[in-house]
Ligand binder design. Structure first.
Ligand code: J2J
Length: 543
């Protein structure tokens, strides 16, 4: 099963029928969408990245060329291709090229390294990898070769920019007589990466039908028109800037995407002024940075109408400062790559915008708020958020065990979030039941970090917990019990060891605390959770 094409997501036929009848699932693939947009918007600029400006027609032309090129390499519709591309214009011809060829992108983040990429390659059965040659100081080309060495099935290494030995330049994927396939809109379009509560990230299969619905409807909710300009300041492969409404919602509205190479105020503010940006999305720590920098900037930010904030809890005190500081409307966004996305509406009362994380996109998003026994709690009481609907997955890719845990009988996704529901369906995020760390919007599995730490020769046991952090929201703290008689490493050595495991930098613990023993002997998941909770509590008390 490791190499089987992603099976279609199975919604029960009555629900699938309803989603089609109500017009949510339009029977349009990503490729169909791009062809329609090129016909409607032709020479209007779709994407700005650095000095590159692509019209809708350019985008279609380049994507069709890439699609032929992929198929001419011998790839077959349904094959998976790992995609690790930063915020550059070529992201769009690259992924639309895959969609037009019926190939299935597997999105990695620029921060991911060998360990994560090898895992994604194995889990997805990817046959190719496309990356940029470099980003800032980091050269991805040696990494590409390492991936192929570890997973030989990843045969084709395509590089945007200058290719290394044994690699194919993206510009070499060119138009040919090869016919492009008919793509089934109900099929899996791509695999997105989950935040992952337990162990390694899982792969999230999203169909054309369900994803197009989510970002087209999001574009409407965020007020996008053909005159809008969306600044993509977060990494484009993240689900939030990709689809809420993000870059795809922006294109679907016939509007313009501007890619920022990084989210720093200095870079982003210059782009807002130059491109007359009307809307952008940030995680809370970046929103704080922007609000700090805005009062003294020399750049004209007056085009900005909407600032979206999501990915982690935006506290009301900060939310209240958005309008006075940036002179724009705040839109809170509470979403998940597995599906459900909630928005405050642009015309909601300020009270709702500041104090809630919004309400679902769809009237057919079913949201349950349940107590520990699985019974609904009264309105206003905190409980576990379970959800199903026209764009929420029914299972992860090739994860029978995780699917047992993460989905309930009626096909509801157990999000792991603790929320309160207010009148009108507005949700307030209270916390999490699961054990991941939400570090500035990046979700990090405690278990995954612990597993790396346990590989250190001097480490007897490790427990990784989130600690509240004024700026990051949460930071990663690793509690470590050393082996008897082992030479004691210092915190810096533990962090260096974590880096040597070739993982994304955001997973390296911010803080390391050595303890002589853990009070509880933690075997099994429940006691492990309790151990982490106890350690966090005692740490916070001492603080
Ligand atoms: C509190 N917690 C939040 C918020 C996400 C739009 C926006 C965000 C994501 C995303 C996304 C939160 N307040 N406003 O995919 O399309 C936490 C919750 C949630 C988890 C999902 C989108 N917004 N969260 O962040 O898959 O715990 O998606 O379950 O990365 O982030 O993380 P992720």
């Amino acid at each position: 099963p490791l190499h089987s094409a992603p099976p279609a997501q199975i919604w029960p036929s009555d629900l699938a029928l309803r989603y089609r009848e109500r017009g949510y699932w339009r029977g349009e693939s990503f490729g169909d969408l791009l062809r329609r947009l090129a016909a409607e918007h032709g020479t209007r600029i779709a994407v700005v990245g650095g000095t590159t400006r692509l019209s809708y027609q350019d985008l279609l032309d380049q994507a069709e060329a890439a699609a032929c090129g992929w198929l001419d390499l011998g790839l077959q519709p349904g094959d998976r291709v790992l995609v690790q591309i930063p915020n550059i214009a070529e992201f769009f011809p690259a992924v639309f090229g895959l969609f037009l060829a019926g190939l299935v992108p597997v999105y990695a983040l620029p921060a991911h390294r060998r360990t994560e990429l090898v895992h994604f390659a194995r889990r997805s059965g990817a046959k190719a990898l496309i990356q940029a040659d470099r980003l800032d100081a980091f050269d991805y080309r040696p990494l590409a070769c390492e991936i192929r060495e570890a997973v030989p099935e990843v045969r084709h290494l395509v590089v945007i920019g200058e290719a290394g030995a044994g690699q194919i330049p993206f510009s070499a994927l060119t138009r040919s007589a090869t016919p492009l396939p008919q793509v089934d809109p109900s099929a899996v379009a791509f695999l997105q990466i989950s935040g992952g509560t337990t162990g390694l990230s899982k792969l999230i299969p999203r169909t054309h039908d369900d994803y197009l619905y989510s970002f087209i409807e999001s574009a409407r909710i965020s007020g996008l028109t053909p005159g809008s300009v969306y600044l993509c300041a977060l990494p484009v492969a993240h689900n939030f800037p990709m689809s809420s409404p993000g870059v795809f919602g922006t294109l679907a509205a016939g509007a313009r995407v501007v890619l920022s190479p990084n989210p720093a105020p200095a870079t982003a503010f210059a782009l807002i002024e130059a491109e007359k940006v009307t809307i952008t999305g940030l995680v809370p720590p970046l929103a704080l940075l922007w609000m700090q920098a805005a009062p003294t900037t020399t750049h004209d930010l007056s085009s900005l109408e909407v600032l979206q904030v999501g990915g982690a809890k935006f506290i009301p005190e900060a939310a209240a400062r958005v309008r006075p500081t940036l002179n724009c409307t705040l839109q809170q966004v509470f979403g998940m790559a597995e599906g459900l996305v909630n928005y405050t509406r642009l015309d909601d009362p300020e009270e709702i915008i500041i104090n809630t994380q919004g309400r679902p996109i769809s009237p057919d998003d079913e949201v349950l708020v349940l107590d520990d026994e699985g019974n609904p709690v009264p309105e206003g009481e905190p409980g576990h958020l379970h959800t199903r609907g026209p764009y929420t997955i029914r299972g992860y890719h090739n994860e029978p065990a995780a699917n047992q845990r993460s989905f309930s009988e009626g096909g509801y996704y157990r999000s792991g979030d603790i929320v309160k529901r207010l009148p009108g369906g507005y949700l307030v995020v209270q916390g999490r039941a699961g054990d991941h760390i939400n570090r500035a919007g990046e979700k990090i599995s405690a278990e995954e970090v612990e597993d790396h730490l346990l590989a250190h020769a001097a480490v007897f046991d490790a427990a990784v917990v989130s600690i509240p952090d004024a700026f990051l929201g949460e930071r990663i703290c690793a509690f470590i019990v050393l082996k008897q008689g082992a030479e004691a490493p210092r915190a810096a050595a533990i962090k260096a060891f974590m880096r040597s495991r070739q993982v994304a930098e955001f997973k390296v613990p911010d803080q390391v605390v050595f303890v002589t023993e853990f009070a509880t002997t933690a075997v099994g998941k429940i006691s492990r959770n309790k151990l982490r909770a106890d350690l966090r509590a005692s740490f916070l008390k001492e603080d």
